[in-house]
Design a protein around this ligand. Structure first.
Ligand code: 13P
Ligand code: SF4
Length: 319
């Protein structure tokens, strides 16, 4: 470790105590950021942790929609995003106004929005989902028209898994779009014994080749299995740090070194120190939007608890 990093880590530690802060980091964050976090996880796990924490301040090392979700769940807490420009291009592919237009075209349709969306879009939606629970959420709903936004590839995957026809939005993740079926086929030939695990944001032709299609948290759990030795990993390369750290002796082969999310990588140790010193940039959602977005996020979190209840004439999973 460089002296400079050691100094920054020490500063983060003392500022965390001073501010009563918890650091949550997504699986795609830089290795050094993952290493100083109190918790590293996927979107669902991070929102669950944010909802549970007793800390007064949440430093969210991820992208804007993730910090917004934390603020939607914990309005009484200060949620800091160390780089306010860390956005998600997929989330920016839909606006609340365009979703309202879509809803007018399909009156009565239920709207499921992938958590990779703005608070305004969540506020226009009936229920959220993440890559970890999208199939279960769709399965929990009675048949009827369903609009699924904004990720067309996740939507196509969920539709194939559930046999439900979904009205899709043409959004996609530019980072996962860099993962190609040709490269996957080459790697499968090179490592015939390796399991191919991909994220559901990948293109359908990539998903079609996979042994497992999992959220980033699901990939971390899968890698721990005794019967997994070599794994070809079809997602953003930041996850390789955690996979190797938690599974020494196993081999993890990224499908593409170019599968980098620049927004995720914009959070650095320096920026974490600055954010804790200055207590900004803060992410806060206007109350009128927050309350409506919260309803959609809460339905998703309750769905995770796994018991059935009636909701708006649809059955959904609830505590
Ligand atoms: P996970 O919820 O699987 O971590 O995915 C989040 C994301 O942004 C993937 O690009
Ligand atoms: Fe958004 Fe893709 Fe980055 Fe995930 S990897 S935050 S979907 S741009």
């Amino acid at each position: 470790m460089q002296d400079r990093d050691a100094e920054l880590i020490e500063k983060v530690r003392s500022l965390k105590i001073e501010r009563d802060a918890v650091i949550l980091a997504h699986n795609y964050q830089l290795g050094e950021v993952q290493d100083i976090a109190d918790f590293v996880g996927d979107s669902l796990e991070l929102s669950q942790r944010a909802a549970e924490t007793d800390a007064a301040v949440i430093v969210f090392c991820g992208v804007h929609f993730m910090a917004e979700t934390a603020s939607i769940l914990c309005p009484e807490k200060v949620v800091l995003l160390p780089d306010v420009h860390a956005g998600c291009p997929m989330a920016d592919m839909i606006t609340a106004e365009r979703l309202r237009e879509k809803k007018r075209e399909h009156p009565g349709a239920l709207v499921i929005c992938y958590v990779n969306s703005s608070a305004e879009v969540k506020a226009e939606s009936d229920i959220c989902c993440t890559s970890a629970n999208a199939v279960a959420i769709v399965e929990s709903l009675d048949a009827g028209e369903i609009i699924f936004v904004p990720d067309q590839y996740l939507g196509q995957y969920v539709s194939a898994r559930t046999g439900r026809k979904l009205i899709l939005w043409p959004g996609f993740c530019p980072t996962h779009a860099r993962i190609t079926a040709d490269r996957v086929r080459e790697l499968k030939q090179e490592y015939p014994r390796a399991r191919l695990v991909v994220h559901p944001e990948c293109r359908p032709e990539v998903i079609g080749l996979a042994d497992e299609v999992l959220s980033t948290g699901g990939m971390c759990r899968y890698a721990r299995r005794d019967d997994v030795a070599d794994m070809i990993v079809g997602t953003e390369i930041g996850i390789i740090h955690r996979l190797r750290k938690e599974n020494p002796g196993k081999r993890f082969i990224p499908v593409s070194e170019q599968a980098i999310c620049p927004n995720m990588k914009s959070i650095t140790l320096e920026k974490i120190v600055w954010t804790l010193e200055e207590m900004e940039p803060e992410v806060r959602v206007p109350e009128e939007i927050r309350v409506r977005a919260r309803a959609a996020v809460d339905k998703m979190l309750r769905a995770g608890a796994g018991r059935r209840k009636k909701w708006r004439g649809w059955s959904y999973l609830s505590p």
